[in-house]
Write a protein that binds this ligand. Sequence first.
Ligand code: MSP
Length: 666
Amino acid sequence: MASRFYVTTPIYYINDVPHLGSAYTTIAADVLARYHRLRGDETLFLTGTDEHGLKIQRVAAEKGMDPKAYADGIAEKFRETWPRLSCSFDDFIRTTEPRHEDHVQALWRAIRDNPNKAEPNIYLGHYEGLYCVGCEAYYTEKDLDQPGNLCKQHKTPVETLKEESYFFRLSAYADDLLAYYEAHPDFVQPPGRLNEVRSFIKAGLQDLSVSRTTFQWGIPVPDDPRHVMFVWFDALTNYRSAILERPDREQLWAQAVHLVGKDILRFHAVYWPAFLLAAGLPPPKHVFAHGFLTYNGEKMGKSLRNTISPVALAEAISPEVGVDVLRYCLMRAISFGQDGDFSIRDVLQRYQSELADKLGNLVNRVLPFDEPSRQGRAERGPLEQKLQAAYEAGAEAAAKAFDELSPTRALDAIWGVLFAANDYVDKATPWASNKKGEWDKLATFVTTTLELLDGVSVMVAPVMPRVSAMIRERLALPPLVAEVGADRWPTTFPTRPLGAPFARLGAIFPRFEKEREAEIIAEFTPKAAEVPALPAAEAKPAAEAKPAEPAAPPEAKGTVAYDDFAKLDLRVGVVVSADRVKKKDKLLDLRVDTGDAAPRRIIAGIAAAYAPEALVGKRVVVLCNLAPRDFGKGLVSEGMILAAEHGGALSVVTPDGDKPAGSKVS
Ligand code: MSP
């Protein structure tokens, strides 16, 4: 009987478009879904968008749009991007859909009306706390970076909010949760993460504020529409909304696997099971926390502006197999569960050494011998038996790794088979057999290698569906079609009649010209943009500056049309942090709140004029739409602070009064 498998990605916030970081989770979910479909399992792969909350309401308002109209546009971007990365979701859920809204309200009622605890699960109170709009979460001071109560994730100051709020009695569920983990030790994955979750609970669980009255863009609380639901209560419920509308999907719940980034593990491994237990429902089977994709050590994401478009990168690598190459590298190079730095150079290196040399070349190594081998008869000897044993051990290990949610280990096992196969070619010396006219030996070699490639074409299919199809096309094998109940995993060494057709098609992984490699690296590595030199480059320390002398009139620069001036995005900024830059005496590394979801990083040449601590909290004027400038070593400046210069000394321009960060300057 077929097993069931239900895999989810987090639903993505729509203040961003899909980027390599969000693609990472979605590709991992797709790989697991494709694997289970191949095993004949009844499989559901769900992704979607998280569309409510203050953050989205604000983003839409800034754009002068209705939040739903704004959400429609971005949700569509997500929906159309995933297939372009071969992500084969079965359902796409949006939190603004009626099927979801109805279900969230039903879950709220079920929790509210469940008399399982001495006191009600949900009660009305007041909440005052430090709220990060970026995370849509309240924090306590100890969770924040000091000084300045900065969110660790977004590096922005949190806001103090006080409001009437419904509370979920999370404090009553600490023991239930700990008992649940005890009874289901594999609930949190990888296992090492469970301690983190346990410690969080043991440190004391506060009741959770689960409604808001300060904004309207959310799902109304049942029987009290003055409140909308806390966006995480709303969002987490998506995983059940998508299956409960369909009776044929209900049984999938027991097999649900939530893939999440490590930043949102707490929501999935503490709050979500607590909500479910409070409603009398079982938690999902696993919550798997993966690490971050980093670039030069920093998490990739919009707030750090170091994102790379996955679709454009894949296309640049190769219109045919680029998507597969990217999927392969993301799953292989970064151990699933850990953080890993993404490097284009590494992708290109793996393209050559692991994909072209080990996989593509194996197909090529058989080609010249296909014709002559038809004169002989295949017979397996010790070399073939050894290869077969390596193959079968690899196929089993790969399946086990996929079952254990580790695509990285699965690929290691599959590449182990490819190493064995290349070693087999070296030892079988088909070129010598061909020369000597040993047709039986040649027939054995060709048959065995093509049989192995048949199996490999199936094993790589979850990660590289297109490459799998290309290998099968060359081997004249039928396309792989998954079917519930039919296990297509090639655990036993495939068989193939001698002389079966073999299509002479081009190389699957053609060699890159060196120039093309350099172009790709240049195009997809965040790089210096055309910006003027920093004015402070030759600045002298303020203390050494001469007393002010009347300034010579600046050199005339000609006039600009108002329209040109209006293109400048000048805003009030508040410096939230300032650090010196190692080995660059003139530079300061600043985070400046310019009213965006996260502070902007600005590298300013003002170290000679200002001690870093003198800048924190200072109001400045920022040119926000200056093209980013790369100072090397991951230092990318996303704007410029305006400063006046006289006699080589600099003073930053500060606005009069106390206009908030983000206020337009014109
Ligand atoms: N909307 C919430 C999730 C609600 S699920 C009920 C959310 N959205 S998010 O868009 O901010 O992030 C979604 C996921 O993308 C998170 O798991 C996050 O860890 C992941 N990633 C975003 N950038 C990433 C990297 N650079 N690397 C790996 N994963 C990254 O949180």
